[in-house]
Design a protein around this ligand. Structure first.
Ligand SMILES: [Fe+2]
Ligand SMILES: [Fe+2]
Length: 179
């Protein structure tokens, strides 16, 4: 039995496609970073591509769990190559913020429809987007440190190495305790 509205089904399908698009963005930027001799950044971006695919799949499963119909649709082309790492990271942050706004639409509709199941499901993504924005902001902070000091190229080399093993998870306020 279908337990989501037609409008919600449509919105969730669009979000599923959006998460797949996010994966394409990380894939394209990862390839650009690798081609431009930043293998660590590429590793980080490819790792994040995988996270976005998981988000896509999570939404697919939820639509099916609620008796909806999954519609796998065409993806927009990935954006043009960035001009440098700073530009690359800023574009990624903008994509994440835009994605957060799309998640908000799902939560808002769920609230309006008193669809508490989807409201609850959406909260996972709300939290995830807080983490993702925090994660990328943290990488931008590191990049700014690495790129603005004397000896910038050496620092950039270290920054790239650092990102190869960087976590895909950010610690947010919600995770913090004083223990
Ligand atoms: Fe995502
Ligand atoms: Fe993301």
């Amino acid at each position: 039995m279908k337990r989501i509205s037609d409008q919600m089904e449509d919105l969730l399908n669009r979000q599923m496609t959006r998460e797949a698009y996010q994966a394409q963005v990380y894939l394209a930027y990862g390839a650009w970073a690798e081609a431009n001799s930043f293998p660590g950044i590429a590793t980080f971006l490819y790792g994040h591509m995988q996270e976005e695919r998981e988000h896509m799949f999570k939404i697919l499963k939820y639509i099916l769990d609620r008796g909806g119909e999954v519609k796998v649709e065409a993806l927009n082309a990935a954006p043009a190559c960035p001009t440098n790492i700073g530009d690359c990271l800023q574009h990624i942050l903008q994509h994440e913020i835009e994605n957060s706004k799309q998640i908000d639409k799902i939560v808002r509709l769920a609230h309006d429809e008193s669809d508490w199941a989807t409201f609850n499901f959406g909260q996972w993504f709300v939290q995830e987007q807080i983490e993702e924005e925090t994660l990328i902001n943290g990488v931008i902070d590191k990049y700014n440190l690495a790129s603005t000091q004397i000896g910038g190229n050496h620092n950039l080399y270290e920054f790239d190495k650092d990102l190869a093993s960087a976590s895909q998870e950010a610690t947010t306020a919600r995770d913090e305790t004083l223990e």
